[in-house]
Design a protein around this ligand. Structure first.
Ligand SMILES: [Zn+2]
Length: 98
């Protein structure tokens, strides 16, 4: 499980709702501190299971989708850490299917 990818998803959900860190924190009960949310978004920590459930709800997805590891694997050099939005393998330069 890649916490940074999960953090990016959390951030995308928050931005898509047009909420600030503070406003996003108010969506939880008890509310989450904005410093907690920036830790989630930067991949430094993972929200608790009940908060993950709330985040998934806000993003209209399942918790499993929120947590799924979407890093891609390079078919040529087998590097497994290609970020979802990369179109080329950073190791060997092969074009990766999106
Ligand atoms: Zn490669």
């Amino acid at each position: 499980m890649n916490q940074q990818v999960i953090g990016l998803r959390i951030k995308q959900i928050r931005i898509s709702l047009g909420k600030t860190l503070k406003e996003f924190g108010m969506e939880f009960s008890p509310s989450a501190d904005k410093s907690n949310i920036s830790k989630w978004e930067s991949g430094k920590s993972l929200p608790s299971p009940s908060r993950l459930k709330r985040i998934a709800e806000m993003g209209n997805m399942q918790v499993a989708d929120l947590l799924s590891n979407s890093l891609k694997k390079c078919p040529r050099c087998k590097y497994e850490g290609i970020e979802p939005d990369y179109k080329f393998c950073p190791i060997c330069g092969l074009k990766v299917e999106v």
